[in-house]
Design a protein around this ligand. Structure first.
Ligand SMILES: Cc1cc2nc3c(=O)[nH]c(=O)nc-3n(C[C@H](O)[C@H](O)[C@H](O)COP(=O)(O)O)c2cc1C
Length: 135
């Protein structure tokens, strides 16, 4: 099986009144669909931005990416990493989720700065952070 890894950052378009229940719905539905697709991953939210890592069979990750990219609940989707993977790093999580916290805000801010500055290791840094958070 060819494993693929996609990491992105996006900006939420969900109104603040609905945010908690909307994210709960996204995570609940994603856990079911990701399990069907043999996709595993982690999603974080800092109050403004999402960051997500998805890993799994290349075709399935690409299909999921297309669905996520056309979802109106977020915008300004920036791919941070899109590459082949040698191993699955979150085998036990169809989708881990973590909400607002100082460490998450910091990691997202740092990744956005890294991307702006064209840092080549922006993706691996954010990926390591997301994986450490979930395992
Ligand atoms: C921030 C964010 C993260 C998402 N993550 C996933 C995910 O990991 N898996 C998933 O199936 N859907 C996820 N979704 C929902 C998809 O964008 C989409 O609504 C869902 O896959 C259903 O698509 P479909 O109607 O084309 O099957 C996410 C949506 C948002 C806004």
């Amino acid at each position: 099986m060819d494993l693929w890894n996609w990491i992105y950052i996006s900006r939420s378009c969900i109104s603040s009144a609905d945010i908690e229940s909307e994210i709960t719905d996204i995570v609940d539905q994603s856990r079911l669909k990701n399990a069907e697709l043999e996709v595993t991953g982690v999603l974080v939210f800092d109050g403004t931005h999402f960051a997500q890592l998805v890993e799994g069979p290349e075709t399935n990750v690409r299909a999921l990416r297309a669905a996520i990219e056309s979802d109106a609940r977020h915008q300004d989707i920036k791919t941070v990493l899109d590459s082949a993977a040698t191993e699955r790093r979150l085998p036990n999580w169809s989708l881990a989720y973590s909400g607002r916290s100082l460490v998450i805000s910091r990691a997202i801010r740092r990744a956005m700065r890294d991307i702006e500055q064209g840092q080549p290791d922006a993706g691996t840094r954010l990926g390591s952070f997301l994986i450490d958070l979930a395992v």
